[in-house]
Design a protein around this ligand. Structure first.
Ligand SMILES: Nc1ncnc2c1ncn2[C@@H]1O[C@H](COP(=O)(O)OP(=O)(O)OP(=O)(O)O)[C@@H](O)[C@H]1O
Ligand SMILES: [Mg+2]
Length: 219
């Protein structure tokens, strides 16, 4: 599903965010990316979402070489991926329902289908009773669950999540991870970046440890 081949990413002043990185993530895998701050986790996720391009090497996702996509294909590609990034915030002036329904509307589903699917995912993350609440009326963990609902509402083949449990307590973090496990059990490939090693241990899935842009450990 995801092939990363000899990928390097350098920024100005010769900082290597990723250095000759190669890895394979199969369809239906659940993989953690971990490692210290600055290791390159977010950089890799940004490249996989095609928000940025590598300095060297190739990324092949679902058989498509991300370097060869036209701008229009990039847009369609991004919509085919569910992502939970810290800087991708909920719309504060919209209710939960509107925040989640916003995605299918973008994709042009019919109104009734859209509504059914939106109810379904909000129920699934346990927030159907809060559908008309606004993000500011929710706890941090509830907001994270809305972000996950929004990421899965179009049944993506891949979910990319960058520190989805940042700022959450251990129990809530595990709850969020259980949602990802359920998504994964339905066949979705899940890639989660986190520095929380204890969480990885509790979830018990494969992990790739990055340091200075290189894989230093795989479990
Ligand atoms: N836009 C940028 N310009 C210059 N350097 C950058 C830029 N983005 C990231 N870097 C550098 O690339 C390296 C990898 O950063 P990245 O954000 O991928 O790390 P990370 O593993 O996600 O860290 P954290 O755990 O703190 O989120 C760091 O040295 C960082 O300073
Ligand atoms: Mg990061």
């Amino acid at each position: 599903m995801i092939e990363v081949q000899h990928v390097s990413k350098t920024y100005a002043r010769g900082v290597y965010a990723l250095r000759d990185l190669s890895l394979h993530i199969g369809k239906g895998d659940f993989v953690f990316l971990t490692g210290p701050s600055g290791a390159g986790k977010s950089t890799l996720l940004r490249l996989l979402l095609r928000r940025d391009v590598p300095s060297e090497g190739q990324l092949i996702v679902g058989g498509r070489n991300l370097a060869e996509l036209t701008p229009r294909q990039v847009q369609a590609y991004r919509r085919s991926i569910g992502f939970v990034f810290q800087d991708f915030k909920l719309l504060q002036k919209k209710t939960l329902l509107e925040n989640v329904a916003f995605v299918p509307r973008v994709l042009g589903l019919g109104a009734s289908q859209q509504q059914r699917r939106t109810f379904q995912v909000l129920k699934w993350v346990g927030l159907q009773h809060r559908m008309s609440a606004y993000p500011r009326e929710l706890s941090g963990g509830e907001q994270q669950r809305v972000a996950i609902a929004r990421a899965i509402v179009n049944d993506p083949l891949i979910i990319l999540a960058d520190e989805p449990t940042g700022n959450l307590d251990p129990d809530l973090s595990l709850e969020i991870m259980n949602l990802f496990r359920e998504i994964n059990a339905r066949g979705t490939t899940v890639v989660v970046a986190t520095h929380d090693r204890e969480l990885i241990r509790r979830v018990g899935r494969r992990s790739l440890t990055l340091d200075h842009g290189e894989i230093v450990e795989t479990t």
